[in-house]
Design a protein around this ligand. Structure first.
Ligand code: SAM
Length: 286
């Protein structure tokens, strides 16, 4: 933690391993060791991490999804006292589908120095091993679980001109693969990255249809990132009928009339309202 004004508080956002302890950088270790306070999602989890690394247990302060708003004032007080505050999450880079954004924004707004010790993130790790292009890409994080928001995001992925990186829990990987195949078409390429940097690390590459078949043959355990290939030029101008149908169906399931749903999907996916409406009827054989 160097380069700050003498006596001035500083917030350092520190990335930690996503599975392999060897990935914690020497600078991350030194920063955690020297910090007056380490803000973390789970004090037990981070306490164990520090112990495994042989680091002195600093004062740990829990900052998680349910208390971050209340913790902001406390962190600002620490900074005002000139303390060195490190911010970590359970794994990877804080704020990437993890808490920390509020604390960082508040520290910036109050004029404190905010720096980072960069390191692992499952998103970038998956992207580079997927082999689906890295020049431009989209981070989707966790998709909404259901309803119109999920349908909209799936529709965006279906027509996206760049690869999309999606986080998913082991319990939901099957339904997400099926929804993606439905929206993007089963021929779209995908990389299924599992347990990155861990003992049973695996990256499987193929089409969405193949990924669904493979999944049906035996659900894989562990943490997953999906990287879905960009839409081809033709797919970008004309989303598949399946994409339109499932987007309309999801909105109807959320309470919209067929006409409303078709109008929203038409706007989102760039097709005519009539096409969206009639395609949705064809799905039901009406
Ligand atoms: N902040 C973290 C980062 O920078 O990657 C992500 C935290 S998010 C709450 C957890 C999700 O990241 C998991 O559900 C999974 O999708 C992904 N993830 C984390 N570690 C992983 C790993 N070792 N292999 C594959 N995916 C991983």
């Amino acid at each position: 933690m160097t380069g700050g004004d003498q006596g001035a508080g500083e917030l350092v956002v520190v990335a930690t391993p996503i599975g392999n302890m060897g990935d914690l950088s020497p600078r991350a270790a030194a920063t955690l060791q020297e910090a007056d306070v380490v803000c973390c999602e789970d004090t037990r989890h981070t306490g164990q991490l520090l112990a495994r690394l042989g680091l002195r247990a600093s004062r740990l302060l829990s900052v998680h999804a349910h208390n971050e708003r209340e913790r902001v004032a406390e962190v600002l007080e620490l900074l005002e006292r000139g303390e060195r505050v490190a911010l970590v999450s359970d794994a990877g880079t804080p704020t990437v589908s993890d808490p920390g954004e509020r604390v960082i924004s508040a520290a910036i707004a109050a004029g404190y120095k905010v720096t980072t010790v960069p390191g692992p993130s499952a998103a970038v790790s998956a992207l580079v091993v997927a082999g689906l292009g890295t020049a431009r890409w989209r981070f989707e994080g966790f998709l909404p679980r259901r309803g119109a928001d999920r349908a909209r995001r799936l529709g965006e992925i279906a027509v996206a001109p760049h690869p999309s990186v999606i986080y998913e829990s082991p319990q939901r990987i099957s339904s997400t693969l099926h929804d993606l195949a439905n929206c993007c078409g089963g021929d779209r390429r995908v990389a299924v990255c599992r347990e990155l940097t861990k003992l049973f690390e695996e990256t499987w590459r193929g089409t969405l249809d193949e990924a669904c078949e493979r999944d049906a043959a035996g659900a894989a355990r562990g943490e997953h990132v999906l990287v879905v290939a960009a839409a081809m030029a033709g797919e970008r101008s004309a989303p598949s009928e399946g994409a339109v149908q499932s987007a309309v169906a999801s909105r109807m399931a959320a309470g919209a009339s067929r006409r409303q749903a078709a109008a929203e999907v038409a706007a989102d996916l760039g097709v005519s309202k009539r096409f969206a409406y009639e395609t949705s009827l064809a799905r039901n054989g009406q």
